[in-house]
Design a protein around this ligand. Structure first.
Ligand SMILES: NC(=O)c1ccc[n+]([C@@H]2O[C@H](COP(=O)([O-])OP(=O)(O)OC[C@H]3O[C@@H](n4cnc5c(N)ncnc54)[C@H](O)[C@@H]3O)[C@@H](O)[C@H]2O)c1
Length: 325
């Protein structure tokens, strides 16, 4: 490839590479480890907000260990599903870490789905009970699917999924698809409470609201449970978050940045970020009783690490097309 060419990978190109979720989990865990060692650059993501509760975020990162640099430009528009469009869309640019030249542009929807599930799985590996059997999924969309797929890799004892969605149609589709795909018992529940109570792991993946009206109470959540929130504090009441023995996040600096922007009005002190737990600087779960939570906002190191995996495989398999700069 000449320095004046870049590889373009459509969504179909990225998907055709068939990269396993286990490989994405491995890259995501490695990226967290590198962060703990101070060998990554990842400023908090700035965003613009053209419509209510919509965002377009810029997510740059550099990971020296894998020589990967780039930026994801990703949007989430809550009204899109009504238009028949996915909530998330966007592009990711990889740059040559030596010259700075863009070397690849790719659709970022697959990455966003998979790396977020992978980050939940990494968090669960250290913060959930090893014998976790029941999983509550609140919000049965793209993330509800990828988080289940990734959790199955690390939580080998999972037996039952309790799924909740405000849309009956989405819920039933999810139950049918996930039952067929994973061979687990996937049960639709008619209330949010049913997706939390008695669950060993709870993942919330509904819409992010700047001014949330949370409903999950601390008494609904089981001692020894692990919660992962992908939709900020939209679902969890402050008292429920404060009841956690270990409140963690994927990036402390980013969480503080968002707090300054007016989100997260009342959250507990962060015990650790995932990088500190992955690297052994801080302990993960220490007993069967602890209530643990990961407030994962999504970090660009996970996108860029996954994008590098995609780029290398795409070159090997001659996927995509080269474009002139
Ligand atoms: N933290 C991260 O790294 C990260 C990454 C990607 C997406 N997200 C967030 O995850 C969430 C889900 O994203 P997605 O791509 O799966 O969206 P999606 O549109 O594919 O799915 C969302 C689902 O939630 C349902 N829903 C809407 N309101 C609900 C409510 N009040 N209670 C329960 N379900 C409700 C919808 O019917 C839909 O099925 C979004 O908030 C998104 O911003 C977070």
């Amino acid at each position: 490839m000449q320095s004046s060419e870049l590889l373009y990978l459509s969504r179909a190109d990225v998907e055709s590479l068939d990269i396993s979720i286990a490989d994405v989990i491995r890259m995501v865990e490695e990226a967290f480890f590198e962060k703990a060692k101070g060998r990554v650059e990842v400023p908090p993501k700035p965003g613009v907000h053209p419509r209510k509760d919509a965002f377009i975020h810029a997510m740059p990162a550099y990971i020296s260990a894998i020589n990967a640099a780039g930026v994801k430009w990703v949007s989430g528009f809550p009204e899109n599903p009504k238009r028949g469009l996915p909530y998330i869309s966007g592009l990711l640019i990889l740059n040559d870490a030596e010259t700075g030249f863009p070397i690849c542009v790719m659709d970022c929807t697959w990455i966003t789905a998979k790396r977020t599930g992978a980050a939940t799985a990494v968090a669960a590996k250290y913060l959930a009970r090893e014998d976790s059997k029941t999983l509550g999924i609140l919000g049965c969309g793209v993330q509800g699917r990828s988080n289940l797929e990734a959790l199955m890799v690390v939580c080998k004892s999972l037996e039952e999924v309790r799924a909740y969605d405000v849309s009956k149609e989405n819920l039933l589709k999810y139950v049918q698809e996930m039952t067929a795909k994973h061979g687990l018992k996937v049960v639709p529940v008619s209330s949010l409470k049913g997706g939390v109570e008695d669950c060993d792991i709870v993942v919330t993946a509904g819409p992010i609201l700047k001014h949330p009206q949370p409903v999950i109470e601390s008494s609904w959540f089981k001692d020894g449970g692990f919660a992962c929130s992908l939709d900020f504090d939209s679902y969890w009441k402050p008292e429920a978050m404060h009841s956690m023995d270990k409140f963690c996040t994927d990036d402390k600096e980013q969480l503080a940045y968002y707090k300054k922007q007016g989100y997260f009005a009342d959250i507990p002190r962060v015990y650790a970020e995932l990088s500190e737990i992955v690297s052994g600087k801080k302990a993960g779960r220490e007993n069967r009783k602890q209530r643990t939570m990961a407030m994962n906002l999504g970090t660009a190191i996970n996108d860029i690490a996954t994008a590098k995996l995609i780029y290398e495989k795409a070159k090997k398999e001659h996927a995509g097309i080269y474009l002139n700069l």
